[in-house]
Every structure is written in C-alpha cells, then in structure tokens.
Ligand binder design. Structure first.
Ligand code: CTP
Length: 443
C-alpha cells in the first residue's frame, strides 16, 4: 500500500474516473484555496482508490464555516452547473455533465447522547470528522489543496489496516454508540474480503451483551437487515452472524443451524439464476432480500415470527410476503417432490398464490431436482402465458359475453401451458367441441 499519492493522485484520478469527475476534483481544491477552505477526499473513496476497487461515490469534506455550501456555490457558479444544498445537514451535491455527482459535507464532530441514539452533530475540523467514522480504513483523507495535493491524512493507522486487510473501529465505544456498525463490519468483511481485528470481536460481544441491537429503532434495524440480505455474499454473512450470536442479538429465536446454512447457500445460487432468468420481468416487485428473510425465518414458530416482524415494522407489502402461508407452501413442495411430472397447469394453480420470493425459497429448499425444475418452470414466467384466443374470438363464435369468458380463457391458457394446444385453430376447435352444445342450447 503506497499512501504517498502526492505525485500521482492526478494521474490516478484520470485512470479511475471519467473526465468530468477527474477534472472537477482538483478544481474543487483550487476553488477551496480561493475561498480559504480546506478540501479533502474522504471515506469510501480513499479506501477504494487504495484498494484499486471500483469507485462508487465521491465524498468530499470541506473544513471551514459552512464550507460545503460555500464551496458548492462557488464551484457551481464558475462551472455553470446545478447544485443542490441541504443547509440543515451541512451538505451539498454537485451535478456534473454526464449525470455524475459529487457529495460535499462540512467537516463535523459527533457525540452520542445515548447508546444507539442518533448522534448530536456540531461543526468540527477534519480530524474530528475522521474520528467520528466507523473503521480506520474509512478514516483516511486525501488533501486537495493545491500546495498539498494528494497528501494523505491517516491519523488512526487506516493504511496499515488496509494492507493487513483488517477492520478496526477507532475507539472501544464505537459499536455500542452505533450498533449499525456491527452489521457494517460484517458486510465489509464479506465485500472486501477483510477480517475484524480479534479485539474488535470482543467489543462486538460486549455490545451484544449490553443489548445494543435491541436499542436500535425498528427502521434502522430493518435498513441494516435489508442491506445485509441483499449482498451476493449473504449466505456466508448470515453464517458468521449466527456464529457471532448477532442473529440472536436481533431476536433470540433466530437460529442458524445446518439446514438454514444449506438453504441460504442454495438460495444464493437461485437468486443469481433468477436475476438472469428470462421470466424475472414477470415479477416486477421481486425483492431478493425478502427471499433471504423468508429462508432465515422459515423455522420460526408463528408467534415468534409475528413478534419479529412487528419489531421491524416493514411496509405492508413486505409484511404480507413474509407472512406467506408456509404450511401450504410446504404441502406444495412435497406434492411436487412426490409427483414432479404433474401437469403444468396444476403446478401453476398450486404456486400462483405464493409470493415469488417464497417460491424461490422452496426451489432452494428442495433437494429433488425434478421438483426444482417444476418450480423453475413457474419462476421462468412460462406459466404466465396467454392463450392465442381472446374475447373477440369468443364473441365471433357466438358465445354471449359474460363470466363464462373468464372460465374459457383460463382453460385455454391451461391447455396451452400443458402443450395440449399449439395454435389458435386448435384452441377454437376445442371451444366448439366443449361449448358447442351449450351454444346450440342457448340459441
Ligand atoms: N459511517 C459511519 N458510521 C455509520 C455509517 C457511515 O461512520 N454507521 C461513515 C463511514 O466512515 C463511511 C461514511 O460514513 O466512510 C459514508 O458511509 P457510506 O456511504 O455508507 O459508506 P462508504 O464507506 O462510502 O462505503 P460504500 O459506499 O462502499 O458502502
């Protein structure tokens, strides 16, 4: 790890970023000098630059009274670009040509009035701003002032931790001040391939013993769970959360045994498949994290599940999905396992009552390949086929419009799904045969 970027930052920016961004960053440093403000690249940006990872967000810290607003305003005037200011938070966003954005924040210090409460924020200098952050690897800053361009500020040993691939908080109270950092730590472990320092595991254990997670609001806890269940690495993440008793810290009835481990691993692959499956577009509201949550809570007794969901207070839509009928789901799975060559229309009628996230869970859960195939047939969207015939055609046949249309069209859909009809001609023949006598009676 070479933290000395004083000579090479400009070049690195040009390598890593599109021109509007690589030009704007040094220009912000020059504008800062003009306005008497110190300007720094901070947070995930510096971390990812040093790790040669793709840079996602550009975060800039500005030292000086109302620094972010003044710098943003000066820059937007000079460059004639759009700026959005949030004076209450001391932040501003620059919108650059090409749909790029840069977030600016005035440096600040934070104190926690109570464990797990939201912090109290006051103006502070760059050191205080770095000290309020979660991990040493996120507490690095790169100076943009023209006379010190590329100089690294590393007050807590973040560069060494990056080199050793180690996660470390800045002070012993960090996890209890902000228990969301427990979740963040485990996500960084998975995403970056890092490891928590052993004494930090101890700090997490202490925070859990003091019930840190139960002090988080439902909204904040739900947000962390959602992020954690949305990673491609969710299965190993959950396994680690189980081992470190973090799941138990969320809810004592959440268990992570070998069966949940198997299903979440299998679900990880299923989610990957589903993301690229042709039929995924048929399930527009599909949420991968909900599928993981269904797997994680699959063995919770009804009452405990209700209690857990009430604590998280998710949207009505998510709540409904999590409360899917697990007994009927199990019956459907067992039926498919026993009789996988069941007619497609029957599979459809069994499964369409469940949220797609639950069907994907069943698919990951079953160990019988033919049953898995049947579930994938449904998830592939082929089940959402429409017959060739429509209401106009039925009218032309002389069938009086009414509730019968729905029945006929549903039966035609089933025939097509089962491969029993292929063309419109065959469908119309079937209708005549089936409903012909009915028609004659009618006339
Ligand atoms: N942060 C923190 N405590 C939190 C959340 C965030 O100290 N509970 C700090 C971190 O130091 C982080 C910065 O706020 O660097 C921005 O947070 P975020 O955008 O969530 O994370 P990044 O580090 O930018 O990582 P990424 O966007 O790659 O997830």
């Amino acid at each position: 790890m070479n933290p000395n970027l004083e000579k090479s930052l400009d070049q690195r920016l040009k390598q890593e970023l599109p021109p509007p961004l690589s030009q704007a960053i040094p220009a912000l440093g020059r504008m800062g000098e003009k306005l008497g403000l110190r300007v720094f690249l901070v947070g995930g940006f510096v971390r990812d630059l040093l790790l040669h990872r793709q840079i996602l967000d550009i975060d800039i810290a500005v030292e000086g009274r109302e620094g972010a607003a003044r710098l943003a305003l000066g820059f937007s005037r000079q460059e004639k670009i759009l700026v959005q200011g949030y004076p209450h938070f001391g932040t501003a966003t620059l919108h650059l040509p090409g749909n790029y954005r840069i977030d600016l924040a005035t440096t600040r210090k934070e104190t926690y009035p109570a464990p797990a409460a939201l912090p109290r924020v006051r103006p502070g200098n760059i050191h205080e701003d770095l000290y309020r952050r979660d991990f040493t690897i996120n507490s690095l800053a790169l100076c943009l002032h023209p006379s010190e361009f590329g100089k690294m500020l590393d007050p807590f040993g973040g560069c060494l931790d990056l080199k050793r691939r180690r996660l470390r908080v800045l002070h012993p109270r960090s996890f209890s001040d902000d228990p969301t950092r427990i979740f963040r730590a485990l996500r960084f472990e998975q995403r970056l391939g890092f490891r928590l320092a052993p004494d930090n595991l101890l700090l997490i254990r202490k925070a859990l013993a003091a019930n840190a997670i139960s002090r988080l609001s439902g909204t904040r806890l739900l947000a962390e769970i959602k992020f954690s269940l949305s990673l491609p690495e969710t299965a190993p993440l959950l396994a680690r959360m189980g081992r470190l008793r973090i799941l138990a810290g969320i809810d004592p009835s959440l268990k992570f045994g070998p069966e949940t481990a198997r299903v979440t691993r299998s679900l990880q692959k299923s989610l990957q498949w589903f993301g690229t499956a042709a039929g995924a577009g048929n399930f527009p509201g599909f949420e991968p994290w909900v599928a993981n949550l269904i797997a994680l809570t699959a063995n919770l007794p009804e009452k405990k599940l209700e209690h857990f969901v009430a604590r998280l207070a998710p949207s009505a839509k998510v709540r409904k999905k999590i409360a899917w009928d697990r007994t009927r789901g199990k019956m459907a799975r067992e039926m498919l396992e026993a009789n996988p060559r069941m007619k497609k229309s029957l599979i459809f009628s069994q499964l369409h009552q469940f949220p797609p996230e639950a069907i994907l869970f069943l698919e990951a859960q079953t160990q019988k390949e033919p049953a898995r195939k049947a579930l994938r047939f449904f998830l592939h969207g082929q089940a959402f086929t429409k017959p060739e015939t429509d209401g106009q055609d039925l009218k032309r046949l002389g069938i009086p419009p009414g509730p019968l249309y729905r029945e006929i069209l549903a039966r035609l859909r089933d025939l097509k799904m089962n491969g029993e009809t292929r063309t419109k001609k065959q469908e119309l023949e079937w209708v005549r045969k089936q409903y012909g006598p009915h028609l004659r009676n009618h006339h």
